[in-house]
Design a protein around this ligand. Structure first.
Ligand code: SAH
Length: 228
């Protein structure tokens, strides 16, 4: 039964990818990304009363006004990063840990930062009980990245920022890729692919319109301006 539902979720993601091919510029996502989506049990990351909806291709509430992202978006953002097995990746917004688990299957090391302690700690425990060993988590303001382990081959931000945070761009390796929703919560947001070329210059491309919870500052408010 579970396997059947999991396959239906994969089919739903694939059909949404085909439906949006004009925007995302491809008919199908990387097979390794789809395999990782298949292998990570989403029901493990949603609150117990929502388990029956875990295989639906939509976001779900995880408490603290936060959500576990829609599986299609998780797959698409992961695909945009073009991860290789030797890559090190930084995630901002651990949330449930679901996206983190998907990343952990495709990269050598994942560093994930969450601002809400209860969410970050629960996600850490979940990942440990799934036997994931290549993830490090931290509670803090992800706007600042994680300098200790920088630079990263890839960065994924799973909350909407009003602009591309310069500390995150700085922590990207030349040739690195960042996927980040940019815009205001409740208003228009664009999923952006940010690339740092070999000379350190920034190239951005808008992929499609999305709806994420906001990236919040230390004070719990939306961070409008650069801090550094
Ligand atoms: N990737 C998550 C999505 C969680 S929603 C998942 O798959 O479940 C976005 C998360 O970003 C929330 O948990 C929210 O608390 C967190 N967040 C918001 N602002 C943040 C910040 N400045 N630093 C770190 N995490 C932040």
């Amino acid at each position: 039964m579970k396997r059947k539902q999991q396959q239906r979720l994969i089919d739903d993601i694939e059909s949404e990818v085909r439906f949006t091919r004009g925007l995302i510029g491809k008919e199908a996502l990387d097979e390794r990304v789809m395999q990782a989506m298949h292998d990570v049990p989403r029901e493990f990351f949603v609150p117990s009363h929502l388990k029956s909806m875990a295989q639906s291709n939509g976001p779900l509430p995880i408490g603290h006004n936060q959500t576990i992202s829609q599986p299609y978006i998780v797959a698409l953002m992961t695909d945009l990063l073009e991860l290789r097995p030797d890559h090190s990746v930084l995630e901002i917004g651990t949330g449930s840990g679901y996206q983190t688990a998907v990343l952990s299957k495709l990269a050598a090391a994942v560093y994930s930062v969450e601002r809400v302690p209860e969410l970050g700690e629960a996600a850490k425990a979940r990942l440990e009980s799934l036997g994931v060993t290549n993830v490090k988590t931290r509670i803090g303001n992800g706007y600042e990245g994680w300098r200790e382990f920088a630079p990263f081959d890839a960065i994924i931000v799973t909350a909407a920022a009003t602009h591309i945070p310069s500390p995150l761009f700085e922590q990207l390796k030349p040739g690195g890729r960042m996927a980040i929703p940019v815009g205001l919560a409740g208003l228009h947001q664009e999923l952006m692919l940010v690339e740092k070329d070999e000379n350190g210059a920034q190239q951005t491309r808008s992929v499609l319109g999305v709806a994420f919870v906001p990236l919040l500052g230390e004070n719990g408010k939306v961070q409008i301006t650069e801090t550094s």
